[in-house]
Ligand binder design. Structure first.
Ligand SMILES: Cc1cc2nc3c(=O)[nH]c(=O)nc-3n(C[C@H](O)[C@H](O)[C@H](O)COP(=O)(O)OP(=O)(O)OC[C@H]3O[C@@H](n4cnc5c(N)ncnc54)[C@H](O)[C@@H]3O)c2cc1C
Length: 397
């Protein structure tokens, strides 16, 4: 089931679908569908294809290379890309720091950074979390002291996704201590080539390099790299939150995963019959489909309200919870389908069809999805924090 609310949205969806059919390189889509790791060059390649079509940042204003897409258009665009198996669009430039600069940056900052973000020439990472500040972000301790025409930054960030590939970081720092911990937090744009910065990988259970620790020792940052007002950055962090949580629904990806898990179950045999035809699998698959449809209804309701100028923060929190949980539940089903064959991460399959290279790859890919998927309910604000938002804002608790 796909909601198409208005004819122009249905036409836009069809256009995006046709574009993916024609322009999405088959080898990239095959890697995404097999849950393979994509390197920086592969991600850049797809983002540049979108740039050439004028779709690198459709939600940005036209004056800065965007198309003024509505939240609904943007959602449909992402949904279709996910469904087609397009590489995940790296959000740090286009979705995070770009909108912050559009809302709070200086003209000089916009002119310097937005064009290179649009063209995927410069990569960004997000320096918010610290060892003692995750959910409680206002507890961050990385300090920036003013000395003449510079700030001197000392401290540590953690869980910084893709810092190993990034050229720049948008970084929350403490410039003062206020009455409340949210006061005195500033946003700096930091060139990662500046002396005094050390980036170290954090090992994750899938054995890939997603995240890093970033250390700052007397790192000098020009005052001109302060975004907005000193000490006022707490409000800037909210620029993209509702929108990002709605996008975290990842409806198109859920559809792709559901189709793939059914295909996997059709190839795995138990007592001479494919698992896909067994009642146990069909019941679980159907229950996931119902959850997927409920998610779609909630997402389009939230988008409708967004388009009418409301801020559906509660719905966005619910979508983040339900979207991430659904993806985890689908990969859990795949791991159960694989059964004992799933024990062999990154090694050959021990299934009957061990000679079948496709199945071996499916096994490792699903485990990669399953392992990394533990993070879906943590990053972007943990699901417990989303539940607290719902409790406060919807239930008044
Ligand atoms: C794969 C991955 C990539 C990430 N990428 C980035 C990145 O690029 N940049 C960046 O800045 N950060 C990034 N993060 C960090 C992420 O934002 C934090 O992990 C997240 O905000 C949780 O913070 P924490 O890890 O400190 O856990 P904590 O905040 O210590 O939470 C631990 C547990 O306690 C629960 N908890 C905490 N407070 C409450 C509360 N008030 N009520 C109920 N339960 C609570 C949490 O839900 C969680 O279950 C990433 C994290 C992961 C896992």
């Amino acid at each position: 089931m796909v909601f198409d609310l208005r004819p122009e949205i249905a036409a836009f969806r069809a256009e995006v679908r046709a574009f993916c059919r024609e322009e999405l390189p088959a080898e990239l889509a095959a890697k995404v569908r097999a849950h393979r790791w994509l390197d920086k060059g592969e991600r850049e390649r797809w983002q540049r294809i979108l740039y050439r079509r004028g779709w690198a940042a459709g939600h940005w204003p036209r004056a800065w290379g965007g198309l003024d897409w509505s939240p609904l258009q943007r959602f449909v665009f992402n949904e279709e890309l996910e469904r087609a198996g397009a590489p995940w669009l790296t959000p740090f430039g286009i979705n995070y720091v770009g909108p912050i600069l559009l809302a709070h940056g200086s003209d000089a900052q916009r002119e310097r950074h937005l064009p290179s973000i649009l063209r995927s020439e410069v990569w960004w990472c997000q320096g918010y979390s610290e060892p003692g500040a995750g959910s409680d972000l206002a507890g961050l301790a990385t300090r920036a002291e003013r000395r003449g025409d510079r700030y001197v930054v000392n401290g540590q960030k953690t869980w910084t996704t893709m810092a190993q590939w990034a050229d720049w970081m948008f970084c929350l720092v403490r410039t003062a201590r206020g009455e409340r911990p949210q006061h005195g937090i500033s946003l700096l744009l930091i060139d990662l080539r500046t002396p005094g910065i050390t980036i170290r990988p954090i090992a994750t259970m899938d054995e890939c390099h997603h995240v890093n620790e970033v250390f700052f020792a007397d790192v000098e940052v020009p005052l001109a790299n302060l975004v907005g007002e000193e000490g006022e950055a707490w409000g800037y962090t909210k620029v993209f939150l509702t929108h990002e949580r709605i996008l975290a629904t990842e409806l198109g990806k859920a559809d792709r995963l559901l189709a793939d898990v059914a295909a996997l179950a059709a190839r795995v045999f138990e007592a001479g019959a494919p698992l896909a035809s067994g009642a146990g699998f069909r019941r679980r698959r159907a229950a996931l489909g119902v959850r997927r449809d409920a998610l779609e209804a909630l997402a389009y309701d939230a988008l409708d309200r967004f388009e009418r100028g409301e801020e559906p923060a509660v719905e966005a929190a619910a979508l983040k919870i339900r979207g991430s949980e659904l993806q985890q539940a689908i990969s859990e089903l795949a791991v159960d389908v694989l059964a004992h064959a799933g024990l062999g991460y990154d090694t050959g399959s021990i299934m009957d069809a061990a000679a079948d290279e496709d199945l071996r790859r499916a096994e490792t890919g699903w485990l990669f999805e399953h392992f990394y998927g533990r993070a879906f309910t943590i990053y972007g604000g943990t699901n417990e924090i989303q539940r607290a938002i719902i409790a406060r804002q919807a239930l008044g608790l």
